[in-house]
Structures are given as C-alpha cells and as structure tokens.
Design a protein around this ligand. Sequence first.
Ligand code: ADP
Ligand code: MG
Length: 752
Amino acid sequence: MTPSLDQDIKYLQGVGPNRAALLEKELGIKTLGDLLVYYPFKYIDKTHIHRIAEIDGNMPYVQLIGQVLSTEEMGEGHNRRIVSHFSDGTGVIDLVWFKGLKYAANSIVAHKPIMVFGKPSLFNGRFQIAHPEMDDVPEGLRKQARTTGDLFEGTKRSLTYDASATSFAFKPVYNTTEKMKKGYMNSSAVAKITANLFKQLSTPFAETLPAYITEHYKLLSYDEAIRNIHYPQSPDLLRRAQARLKFEELFYIQLNILRYVKDRRLKYKGLVFGTIGDTFNTFYRDYLPFPLTGAQKRVIKEVRADLKSGRQMNRLLQGDVGSGKTLVALMCSLIALDNGCQACIMAPTEILAEQHLETLRTFLRDMPVHVELLTGSVKGKKRETLLRQLADGDIDILVGTHAVIEDNVRFHRLGLVVIDEQHRFGVEQRAKLWQKNDVPPHVLVMTATPIPRTLAMTLYGDLDVSIIDELPPGRKPIKTIHKFDAHREQIYSMMRHELSIGRQVYIVYPLIQDKDRYAPPVEDGDYSFESRDGANVLTPKARKKLESADMKNLEDGYAQICAAFPEYRVSKVHGKMKPAEKDAEMEAFASGRTQILVATTVIEVGVNVPNASVMIIENAERFGLSQLHQLRGRVGRGADQSYCILVTRYEISNTTRKRLQIMVDSTDGFVIAEEDLKLRGPGDLEGTQQSGMAFDLKIANLARDGQILTYARTAAQDVIDNDPEERNTQNTILWRRLAEIKKGTINWGAIS
Ligand code: ADP
Ligand code: MG
C-alpha cells in the first residue's frame, strides 16, 4: 500500500522521533511530501572510477574500486584511529576512521571488492581518505568490468562507465545544517531516507499538470521528473527533470497571479476617464517647461488607454532615477481632474512628499489646480480643514505619506492613486486605498529601482508594466571612479575643487557607529541579512566576519571631514535621528547652507539637490549594486558633470571587483539590476525583503530561468483565457493542485 504524502515523516524507515524533530526544526520537513520536494542542490558524477596512481592533492573527491589489504588500530586517546590499507592494483591509500571505531572495524572486510568514495588528503607523504563512504560494487559495474578487463589490475588510466548501467550514476547531495551534521544527519543520511521513501512509494506518482500542457511543452511526466531529480539516470534526464519541475513551480505561481488578476477585473469595474479636457490640454500647451521625452509620451499614452478602458488600471512604471516620472504622475493626475475626480500622490517619506508638493506647484504655477500636502506633521486645525476640503472635493491633488491611507482620510471622489518608490509600500497598503471608493481608483506604482523582467513578472505579476528608458536630453553621464582608501588625498583634492566652484558633496557610510546595524553586505553569499525599518540586521555568522573587517562609520567620518574641510559646513543625516532633526539637516543641505552631507543610506530614495555633483561611497563593497546605483542617482541631476567615487580597501575579492567594475562601466539601471540578479540571486535582491513579498522557490531560479518563466506564464495565461470559468475537466487537476499548494508551504503574500 502506498502511504499518503501527508504522513508524518517520523514513521518513515530510518527516521524516528529524534531525526524527525531535527528535520522539522532545521529544514521544515514534517511530512513525506515535504521530503519528496526537498531536492538535491547538486550531484556528484559517480560514473567515473579513479585510479590511486593518478590521485593528486587537488581532487575534491575520488571514487575508487579495490580491496582492503589489512586493517590496524593506531594511536592513543584523541589520536586513536583505525587505518585500512586499500589498493586497486595501481597504488595504496589509507582509509582512516577517528570516530565510530567499533562500527568501522566491524564493517571492513578485507579482500573483497568494494567501492570507496571521499576526499583525498596528504598525510605524512601518503594519501589518505578520512571517513570514506563505502559501498558494494554495483552489479552493473561488475558486469561491465568483466568486459573491460579486471577492475583492480587495469591500466593506470581512470575508467568511465556507462551511467545507465548503475543506479549509482549520480549521487544526490542535499543541503544540511551544522546541527543536523552533529546529529549524524548529513547529506548521505538524507539520501538514504529519501531512498526509503521511494521504496515505500512504489506506484507511479500522479500527474500534476494536464496532459495537453505536458505534451505541448514536451515535459517529462511528474513521476519521471521527481524520480530523476533525486536519482538521475543520465545527465539528459536530470536536465529534463529540472526543466519540468521548474516549469511547474513557476507555472503555478503565474496561474495564481493571473487568476487573481482575472477575478479582480470581474469584481471591480474601473472608472472611465473618457476625455482629455481643459486642464490637461492647457497644461500641455502653455505650462510644460520642456518637451516631453519620447518615453514619457509613450507612458502617458499607455496610462491613457488604461484609464478609458473601463477596467481598473494597475500599472507599474519603472524609470531610472532622473527619468522624469514626477511629471508623468502630474499629467496623469490632470486626466483624473478632467474627469471629475481627485488624484493622490504618495511618497515614502515626509521629505519626498514635500519635494513633490513643491515640484507640482512649480509645474502648475497659476493654474487653478488645488494641491495640498498631508503628512503626519500636519496637525490640529490645519489638518481638520484639509480633511474637510478633501471630503468636499475642494482639493484636486493630495500629496502625502502613509498618512493618506488612514481611515479618517476621505476623498470626495478619488480617481487615481500614484505611489512613488513602491518598494517601501506593502501590497496591503495598496489595497487599502481601493477601499476609499465604491469603485476603486486607478493605481500607478512608480519605482526607480529597476526590476529585472523575471522578477517583475513574479513579484509584480499582477501589474502591467510601463518603462521609461530614456533620460531627458542634455544630461552628462555621471563619471564613476573606483578608489582605494590609500587615495584619500586625491579624493579630498577633487572634493575641494568641486566645492570651490560652488558644488556640493555627499558622503555615504555603511554604518552609523554601533556595530549592530549594517548596510547590506554582499561580498559573499553567506552574508544574509534581514531588513527591519530600513536597518539591516546581520546573522551572527555574517556579523563575526564583518567585525573583523575595517568598516568606516559615519561618526568618525563626520569628525574627519569637519577637520579636513574647516572652511565648509557639514550636515549629518542618519536613520537614528529624530525625523524633525533629520529634516532640518537635510533642508540645510538642500538649500545650500551646508556644502557637505555625510549620511547613511537614508538619503537613498528620491532626494533632489541638483547642485550636488559628487557622491562618495565609503566601503562601497558593502552595498548592493542596485543600492549603489540609487545612491549614485542623487548626483547628476543638474547640467554639470558629476562624479561618483566608490571607495574600498585594497584587499577585495574578485566578485567585489567585478561588481564595482559594472558600476564604473554602466549607468543603465536595468543592466545593473540584471547583473545584480546574476551575481547575488533573487533572494538577496533589494526590494524583495522590503516589499514583504518573500517567496520560496524550491528549484527555479529567477536569475537563470527566464526562458522557462516565459513559457510558464504563457501556459498559465492560456489556461485563464481558454477556460475562464474553470469548467474544462482537463483542468480540474490543475485547480486542485493550486489549492493544495496554497494551503501548503509556498508564501503567496505577493498576491493576496
Ligand atoms: P525621477 O524619475 O527620478 O522621479 P524626476 O521626476 O525627479 O525624476 O525628474 C528629474 C528632473 O528632470 C527634474 O528636474 C525634472 O524637472 C526634469 N525633467 C523631467 N522631464 C523632463 C523633460 N522631458 N525634459 C527635461 N527635463 C525633464
Ligand atoms: Mg522621483
């Protein structure tokens, strides 16, 4: 009888209560089904048999066939060990056990062909393998050996065997944790219990996709895929198993997103903005200070088509820093006004909201458009009046922070919401805005953090995408330079030059001062971090690594800069300051009263000081590429040549060097985002943590599987289009599976 996949893992042969507890705690594996989808992260090619004569110290592992000649016990106390002298006819190597001596002694049988696997190391001039894996020589290999000659007395060349002849062809390697290893649950142990699972589940696994889909995309059956992902029978089958499982994983995510989009369309009608009226036309004709770029025109057209479609707009506008998104937001708002509605523009911080207000008022000059600002600092009488005017429809455009989504903020008729710098706004907050009307307002989400296509399709898969891929004319590209700490004097002298001609300078540090809060370090993969209210908290391992590193901090930097530039005034901004204090310092810099701003990454988003021409980033190796790009975008906003100087210590890894070179070579946010995704993997990508849209991909990789994702999305869209009412019986399997997945482990936060 085949047990249900819901069955508790502890009843599986070889598991038991202790191991079950470990599996659950360390890997979240509770049921047989969880184990089934705990895929190996790599495979060791065991089709290759090495010869002892060819071993050198650089081999990560070797696989030998031979026999134990003799075994002895050596050393005392800590050094006590069992050593077996093992030969394959081309040489002798020692197999050594330091632990589990009794067990080892009992399992070693001399003069019998065995297969040995492990990492060779040199000890006292002789190769040894500590704690090797040992197996019987598989039947298939033995048969082949008979035709290729004696296994032991062959030539000194290694042999490659036909993989299909043996189930040992590719050995799966599973990720395990330190705690698991201590509990004797290494990769091999996981492989063993997985093998037991397959023994119990002897019937073929039921298909999880409709046949017409697997046929059309030429996918392996689920049964073949799940077996080959754990025990690949050949490189080709492994590749096809991976493709099938990746497709399936991405397909169900896309199916869920697209079904949600369809339901949203059915549920909500959109306000119809049929006309372009006086306000828009007057602005366009008489007030526009410069011609729109081609990209701005295109985006406005796309938005316009949405607004008159009768469907609610949900559009993501991606445009690099400085590409002119604010103007687009304003012009779309004017369309709402022309159709008897109000508009609301939301920014992530008070400073940015104030800047937007100022920008809009400057653009609109004496046009009869009533724009107001609502932030947390608008209080008392002023707030009361504002809320009343808003409810009466006397305010046309409301600019604000999170304050605008509070329950007591009521609009007369809200037609369009623009959310700037989306990654700071959660999905629920977006949804909250809809509830302010009977008919939900149109939503335009704007972001300057370019998101690679694959990630956008998954994270923001419910949004249509518009892109501004063109900067306003006349901008000089920012020059980016990589300098070492030792070049401090050069850096200072170039700062001095820029300051002397009236420009301003930013200097960004990865830390404020205490060692607990860091900017995201990204040099190595193991620097995982979580982001809480903008501060990055490191894992203990990462912290240890960093503490040994020489990190610049803002407080020291501030003192140094004040000492080195006594003739200039210096502002200081970081995340631990009170908002009012921070605003005052920021304001001093923006108005030019101070010439140098030392800061942490709090200045990352949107701040606009066109007179600033130099951005210096200390410990640049500690920042992600997209973050560096955002920081760099703070300069180059005026007509002058601007500079970005990335400062690092002299000893940096190759990856770091590569990353900084990308910054030096490119000013294109999309190129940088793609490279970032490739180097870091999507889990680390900025914006993912902040948006609270974590998702847990078991096998697909958004950096590498773009092609499969495209197929998966197309397939999912076809299902939705061809069977909108979900009546096709061929698809029954698919809705049931989706429901199962949603109940289970994948976090669907992105689209709920
Ligand atoms: P972002 O996309 O980063 O929000 P902004 O909207 O702040 O960019 O625009 C950056 C600067 O470019 C602003 O000073 C804005 O007035 C200017 N700008 C916007 N559109 C154009 C245009 N078509 N031609 C020239 N300058 C423009
Ligand atoms: Mg902006």
